[in-house]
Design a protein around this ligand. Sequence first.
Ligand code: SF4
Length: 465
Amino acid sequence: MTDSLVPLGKRPVAPAPRPAPAAGAPRVFVETYGCQMNVADSDLIGSVLADAGYATCDRAELADVIVINTCAVREKAEERVIARAAELGALKRKRPNTVLAIVGCMAEHLKEGLAARAPAVDVIAGPDTYRRMPELLAAARAKPVTVGAPSGGVIVDIQLDKAETYDGLSGAIGGDGVSGFVTIQRGCDKFCTFCVVPFTRGRERGTPPREVLRQVRELAAAGYREVTLLGQTVNSYVFEDVTFAELIRAVASVEGIERVRFTSPYPVDFTDDVVAAIASTPKICKYVHLPLQSGSDVVLERMRRGYTVEDYRAIVARLRAAVPHIAISTDILTGFCGETVADHEQTLALMRELRFDSAFMFAYSERDLTLSAKKMVDDVPPAEKQRRLSEIVALQEIISAEVFTAHIGRDERVLVTGPSKRDPAQLVGRTDGFKSVILPTNVGAVGELVDVTIKRATMATLFGF
Ligand code: SF4
């Protein structure tokens, strides 16, 4: 561990307040699709534009500039953005000076071709261009307006930069004011055969530890209590001689931060040191999202995931031995090229055996640029993919209901994150194991850690008093 990991000072230092936008400042609305990294990137974009004098607004209809931050992981995510861009095209016909920027993974994936599918777009920008957003938007706003068409041609900036980690920018502040994100790694070097991310986000690179700690302290100074460290394969993080285990211990020692999470780790990069850090550091949450994808060795090999079912089982066993109540969630991708009914049955059997707390479950859709799209046959018919997905979802619902029900009667420490969306007269918070808990308002205030007993459970929510 280097000196750069030693937290500086005892009390977090509040970031310098940003001056209020000038009267008449252009208004920007940022809309986010996809993963938590995109949520953090949208905060970063908002921050870059605020520094450039933009005011934020919360409705596209009021904005001078609309930024859609996109996901390319599944075809459906791209279709949603195309549909949204068409809606915004109608808005632009009424307000022709409005600039529409489509940024992020889908912009990087489709490049100039995106303009043919989203004719209202003015700026197409990839995930490594956010420092340049003020210039890109200024250029688009300066172009002559043509009603019903992009404003005099589309501006495209899709340059990937293997050194860009957005050091020095203050993108960490956002979200609910209690739980914040810090991106510690960008890009991915794994090249799983189904995944477009290495092509849209470029090569893996770690944020310098000093910069990670600066952003975590900034969150603490702004009153945040929890931080989630983000990366595509977050536990592969390394920066010079600093390992991921050293980094998470250092983050946990930042005063004011009560909980540290990270997502998503890559199963085989779970070192003993990381497992020990989770087990021995109270502020590091006892929760791991561990993407499985398939319970069949043949399919895992075809996906080039770099582990077998036995390897994965051993990682889960190591985590559960070190931290007996650890919560584990996963990702399952069904209907991959060549997946047989027997492969699918093996996935179901492994789910029954390992009993994940929860899961994100998807049917495979081909993404161009990837090895599976180039070299493999997408041979599971759509109806069969949906049938398998339904079985996987139904099984996970049963397991999740059992896991959540087992919490009834347990005492849990809950971080209150805000009013419940369904019933603003109640509060919502999260357990250490990342389970949502609905609470009465008299248990504590937003941002507090409260001790409650779980009285009731559904398959996705706990209720505490
Ligand atoms: S580890 Fe695999 S699935 Fe995850 S982002 Fe990298 S290539 Fe995609």
